[in-house]
Design a protein around this ligand. Structure first.
Ligand code: AMP
Ligand code: ZN
Length: 468
């Protein structure tokens, strides 16, 4: 499996720290509003990475935080006359609803920054002890220049960074030793949420959160750290500096970054006001369409959001759903018979397409090509499955399509509620089969019903049934 590693700017063979296991951390959203579809992109693409790794046999420990203390949350709370906690709790719940709609699996752990403050105080203390951080009037700063590899991930030259920061130093807006130093802990302002610490009553900086939550739930060294490409600098650069200075080992082996979701070639963002929330989109489309739309492009490429592309995604997804639906309808009437030579070779074609899917995903998660392999299967099914086909032939194609769409997090099977009248029809058919001494068919019906959670009871008054 090859992964493009931002740290080395090349595709590398994936080798986990521990055989068969993946430790993965994805920076989550700041929860002060409904998430927009740009925020949904990392959720969808890294959930797909996770799903593919699980399909490939890895056990994935997937951690993704919610940033639930931050200036924007506090600002929203003040504006709305509620507490910061009210805001963050509400939008975590809303975000989880959106994630469910997008079929993003729950993380193994979704830590909240506000529940991990003691770990942050501990790591900041370690950094101070090791000379990587200092306290100035209750604010703790990281001594950026002391960390030799600061520019490795961003490929930024530290002296260029300094030039960019000089105006701050000249204006004397803070009392950092160096304009490059960043905040680990800051004192509260009036009315803000705060925690006790050795330096001041205050709260942590954003970057330290992820270093601490990653360490706590995944260990000092992890396999993959991921997020949108805007996080490369400063967020991920600062995380590396903090974690490696404190722990003395490499923080993450692979760094993965998704490209931006743009509108009119500008990054979609809350601050520019050029955004659609996931909730807006859900009013017009099934959110699976949005997921399919995101996966139709490579995760590192920018995507320009447009109504036309969403319609194209909807049509593409419909083609797959319709084919699976057709297979579902034809399957009950197909005969269980030997496969013909043609059908056997057809299944070999399907296996070649599975290989195409796997090869595409192994090549830095090329979901666009993986989807085209699924389209080819769909086309094959449409052309080759008929009412005369062997059941095993159609079943195998359907199972393959369903399995691969599931790797992409696309649900092809509607869970249909079995209606009472359908159940009764099947029971009648079973009674007839027994009269005809066709016990095999009678048992088959009992098993089908039992798979659907229907329990039959043969009584003197006839057959009774109930839902399990
Ligand atoms: P934020 O809440 O701004 O910290 O963003 C949460 C995640 O969404 C981060 O991984 C960001 O990089 C990502 N993100 C924000 N806007 C976009 C966008 N327009 N396209 C892609 N990813 C984005
Ligand atoms: Zn982070």
């Amino acid at each position: 499996m090859k992964i493009y590693n931002t740290l080395t700017r090349q595709k590398e063979e994936f080798k986990p720290i521990e055989e068969g296991k993946v430790r993965m951390y994805v920076c989550g959203p700041t929860v002060y509003n409904l998430i927009h579809i740009g925020n949904a992109r990392p959720m969808i693409v890294f959930d797909t990475v996770r799903r593919y790794m699980e399909y490939a046999g890895y056990q994935v420990n997937y951690v993704s935080n919610f940033t639930d203390v931050d200036d924007k949350i506090i600002k929203a709370a003040i504006e709305q006359g509620v507490t910061a906690e009210d805001i963050s709790k509400k939008f975590i719940e809303e975000c989880k609803k959106d994630m469910k709609g997008l079929n993003v699996k729950e993380a193994t752990k979704h830590p909240l920054a506000t529940e991990e403050i003691s770990g942050m105080i501990e790591m900041i203390s370690t950094l101070i002890e090791k000379g990587y951080a200092y306290d100035k009037n209750g604010t703790v700063y990281f001594r950026t220049r002391k960390f030799d590899h600061y520019g490795d991930l961003s490929r930024k030259n530290i002296d260029d960074l300094e030039a960019g920061h000089r105006d701050i130093k000249v204006a004397g807006e803070d009392d950092k030793e160096d304009p490059l130093d960043f905040v680990l802990w800051k004192p509260k302002k009036e009315g803000e949420p705060f925690w006790e610490s050795p330096w001041s009553e205050g709260r942590p900086g954003w970057h330290i959160e992820c270093s601490v939550m990653s360490k706590k739930y995944l260990g000092d060294s992890i396999d993959i750290h991921a997020g949108g490409e805007d996080l490369i600098f400063p967020h991920h650069s600062n995380e590396i500096a903090q974690s490696e200075a404190a722990n003395g080992v490499q923080f993450s082996r692979y760094w993965m970054h998704n490209g931006f979701l743009n509108i009119d070639n500008k990054k979609m963002s809350k601050s520019l006001g050029n955004f659609f929330t996931v909730r807006d989109i859900s009013e017009k489309y099934d959110l699976q369409v949005l997921r399919f739309f995101m996966l139709s492009a490579h995760y590192r490429s920018p995507i320009n959001f447009s109504a036309e592309l969403m319609e194209a995604a909807k049509n593409g997804l419909d083609r797959i759903l319709t084919a699976v639906d057709k297979l579902d309808r034809v399957l009950p009437v197909l005969e269980e018979k030997e496969l013909t030579a043609e059908e056997k070779s057809g299944l070999e074609t399907i296996q070649l397409l599975v290989k195409k899917f796997n090869d595409s995903m192994e090549d830095d998660f090329n979901t666009a090509d993986a989807i085209s392999a699924i389209f080819e299967m769909v086309k094959f099914a449409n052309v080759n499955v008929a009412e005369t086909s062997a059941k095993a032939f159609a079943q195998s194609i359907k199972d393959t399509i369903t399995k691969l769409t599931d790797v992409l997090g696309i649900i092809t099977e509607k869970e249909e509620e079995l209606l009472d009248e359908d159940i009764e029809k099947l029971i009648e058919e079973r009674q007839q089969a027994r009269k005809d001494k066709n016990f095999a068919r009678a048992d088959e019906i009992r098993n089908t019903l039992s798979d659907m959670g229907i329990i039959l009871e043969d009584t003197r008054e006839g057959v009774k049934w109930k839902r399990a």
